[in-house]
Design a protein around this ligand. Structure first.
Ligand code: MG
Length: 120
């Protein structure tokens, strides 16, 4: 994850996609734009999941066994799902980089917090 964060930091600077820091207004605009883009990417994942179930149903109607139909649909959307997850990661890395967060550390800390909460 640290490599991904480092990569996105350079990549986004190179393409001028990074969150701007030259003024409060520019930062505010960049942060809000990043959030809207991230939300769009999350919605694109939802769209693919809808497609997953649509394809499954269409295959079932054509006489495919449910498990087989679902397996087929999973394969059909898999590449695109990977792309949308990548888009989400890029926008999350951009946000984390702006706040100088170490996502890997934050992630493991948060998972431990959840585990402790669940075990109570
Ligand atoms: Mg996308």
């Amino acid at each position: 994850m640290r490599e991904l964060q480092e990569f996105t930091k350079k990549y986004q600077k190179e393409l001028n996609y990074h969150i701007k820091e030259d003024s409060y207004e520019r930062s505010k605009e960049s942060i809000l734009m990043n959030h809207m883009l991230l939300s769009t990417e999350v919605a694109e994942i939802a769209e693919l999941l809808r497609e997953l179930f649509t394809i499954t149903n269409e295959k079932k109607i054509k006489g495919f066994d449910e498990v087989e139909a679902f397996r087929y649909a999973k394969r059909e959307i898999s590449d695109d799902l990977g792309k949308e997850i990548s888009d989400c990661i890029a926008y999350l890395c951009k946000l984390a980089n702006f706040f100088e967060r170490d996502i890997e550390k934050d992630f493991y800390d948060k998972m431990e917090e959840v585990k402790q909460r669940v075990k109570k």
